[in-house]
Design a protein around this ligand. Structure first.
Ligand SMILES: C[S@@+](CC[C@H](N)C(=O)[O-])C[C@H]1O[C@@H](n2cnc3c(N)ncnc32)[C@H](O)[C@@H]1O
Length: 393
């Protein structure tokens, strides 16, 4: 294999997670040669340009050419059964008070999976006036256009009961159009699963099926961590049966439970809301306010634990410091380092944003308690950590 092709394969895998098979690699080689000729340059120079961040749109087009967008409605019958008979009814029951449901079809391709969730909900019934939203995301903008249009040919229905086609689609020429009211509940956005998602966007159910099958096992585990962090307490994560399973160490880190349902393995986050009997506190037993120096003790202990790579302990101590003194940049920087140690990149980014804001509010040459660096120097450190945190786990 020539060096430029090897370099391009590595770049594609780093950007998207995709590892191309031998047929795709042959195709990539031809595509690269053609593309280089059309750009009046050599394949080696074009790959070098990509490596230096030039021609990003051309690289993005090349990458998406090698995604596999195969999908259809009601795909993988045992999972559809489990969704319809166990998972969705459980979620409906648990959210009855809130009357809100949030689903994410991650790597949704042309949208069949996202719409299937809405159709299953309607089949179960009882949520007509609820606030229901399905987010469908994909790396490839072209398939998302198809998803938004919601118009499908026969091939999308190879596992779909006729009753579903009659109930949820309008025949439009040779195409079947998803009913308008269902389409308003689905939104489609470009998102690369290697990038940590917005930490504030939480879901009751995430489907990421037949996507990580094309990734290295290590990349797949990083994606699972990112996905699991977006789950609400008691939320469900479903992978495709051929996708690499979630490894035990990842399950421990993100506190997932492996749940076996008829013919299907799925993952669930614990429902952290425990029922606690109210305790009567005598009126004269007010909790004592913490001593003013406590945050500094906790900060010091937190940094010692960081040095010892005891990241969970460091987090406990630093969180205590943050509780006592929320506006300390060193506390947030320490927390970001602990999160990075635990490969919780999205949370690291959150702490770094806070540190950045605090430091920007200080004079550049201000010195912080317990530290010989200026605010300006710490800002540089925060920038370096940002770069680390943005790299996918
Ligand atoms: C085989 S389809 C799966 C569609 C659907 N989930 C299903 O099971 O029917 C895989 C999809 O994953 C998308 N994909 C691949 N790498 C991705 C990445 N890094 N981020 C987001 N989507 C990605 C592809 O563009 C493709 O549309």
């Amino acid at each position: 294999m020539n060096p430029e092709l090897r370099a391009l394969l590595a770049l594609i895998e780093r950007n998207t997670g995709l590892r191309l098979n031998s047929a795709q690699t042959t195709d990539l080689n031809l595509t690269l040669e053609k593309l280089a000729a059309s750009q009046q340059t050599s394949a080696a120079d074009l790959v070098r340009a990509f490596q230096h961040g030039q021609k990003p749109e051309l690289l993005a087009q090349l990458q998406t050419k090698f995604t596999v967008s195969e999908t259809h409605f009601y795909r993988i019958a045992p999972q559809i059964e489990v969704l319809k008979n166990s998972i969705l009814p459980e979620l409906i029951e648990r959210n009855r008070e809130k009357q809100q449901l949030r689903f994410w079809s991650a790597g949704c391709s042309s949208g069949e999976e996202a719409y299937t969730l809405l159709m299953l909900l309607e089949e179960i019934g009882g949520v007509q006036n609820w606030d229901v939203e399905v987010l469908g995301t994909d790396l490839n903008p072209a398939v998302l256009e198809l998803a938004r249009a919601g118009s499908y040919g026969h091939w999308s229905f190879r596992d779909t009961p006729l009753s579903v086609m009659e109930r949820f689609f309008d025949l439009n020429g040779a195409k079947y159009q998803v009913r308008g009211d269902l389409r308003t509940r689905a939104i489609f956005e470009v998102h690369n699963l290697l990038v940590p998602p917005d930490a504030n966007r939480k879901f009751d159910l995430i489907l990421c099926r037949n996507v990580t099958i094309y990734f290295s096992p290590q990349t797949a585990q990083g994606v699972y961590q990112n996905l699991a962090r977006q789950l609400l307490p008691g939320g469900w994560l479903i992978l495709g049966p051929s996708d690499p399973p979630i490894q035990p160490d990842v399950i421990d880190q993100i506190a997932l439970e492996r749940v076996m349902l008829p013919g299907v393995i799925v993952w669930k986050t614990p429902e952290r809301i425990q029922k606690i009997n109210p305790v009567q506190i005598p009126i004269n037993l007010k909790p004592q306010p913490p001593k003013p120096e406590d945050w500094q003790q906790n900060l010091k202990q937190g940094y010692h634990s960081l040095q010892a790579r005891s990241y969970n302990t460091a987090l406990k101590q630093l969180r205590r410091a943050a509780f006592l003194e929320p506006k300390q940049a060193l506390v947030q920087i320490g927390m970001a380092q602990a999160f990075l140690g635990l490969t919780q990149h999205a949370r690291a980014l959150g702490a770094l944003r806070q540190a950045n804001n605090i430091l920007l509010s200080l004079e550049p040459d201000a010195k912080l308690w317990g530290c010989d660096k200026t605010a300006q120097q710490l800002l540089q450190l925060v920038n370096d950590l940002f770069d680390q945190a943005k790299v996918s786990p």
